[in-house]
Unconditional design. Structure first.
Length: 135
C-alpha cells in the first residue's frame, strides 16, 4: 500500500506504476522523476526508479536510487533485496554480502536470503565462511 495522505501523490504513483507494469519504462521513469522532484523522500518512487534502471541496464542509477530507497525505508526487505541483487549484478559482492547477511538474520525463515548470502561469499572466494552458512 502507498502510505501517504497526499491524494495527488498517490495518483501520481499509481499512474507511474501502471505505466511500468505496461512496460512503458520511459514514460514511467519520467513520471517517477516528477514525483521525486516534489517528493524526494518517497522511498517507493526511488525503488521503482531503481528497478526501471536495472531493466534498462543502467546499474549506476539503479544503485543510486536503490540506496536511497533503502535509506528512506530501512526495514523494507524488498528494497534491500533488490539492492543486493543489483550489487551482485555489478560484481560488488562485498556489498551484496552485507545486504543478504542482514536480511538472512532479520528473516531466518527465508532460505533465499541465506542462499544469496552464501553465493556472495563464494563469489569472493570466502570458502571457509561459506561452509557454516550451508549447515
Amino acid at each position: 500500500p502507498i502510505v501517504t495522505n497526499d491524494t495527488k501523490l498517490k495518483e501520481q504513483i499509481i499512474k507511474a506504476t501502471t505505466e511500468k507494469a505496461l512496460g512503458n519504462y520511459d514514460e514511467a521513469l519520467e513520471l517517477y522523476k516528477v514525483i521525486l522532484k516534489t517528493h524526494p523522500k518517497t522511498a517507493v518512487a526511488h525503488f521503482e526508479v531503481s528497478e526501471i534502471y536495472e531493466i534498462k541496464r543502467n546499474a549506476g542509477n539503479a544503485i543510486i536510487h536503490g540506496e536511497k530507497a533503502v535509506a528512506l525505508a530501512p526495514d523494507n526487505q524488498w528494497y534491500a533485496a533488490h539492492l543486493g541483487k543489483v550489487y551482485k549484478q555489478t560484481s560488488q559482492f562485498d556489498k551484496s554480502e552485507i545486504v543478504f547477511k542482514t536480511l538472512s538474520e532479520k528473516h531466518p525463515q527465508s532460505t533465499n536470503y541465506l542462499f544469496q548470502y552464501a553465493e556472495a561469499l563464494l563469489y569472493q572466494n570466502k570458502i571457509a565462511e561459506t561452509i557454516p552458512v550451508y549447515d
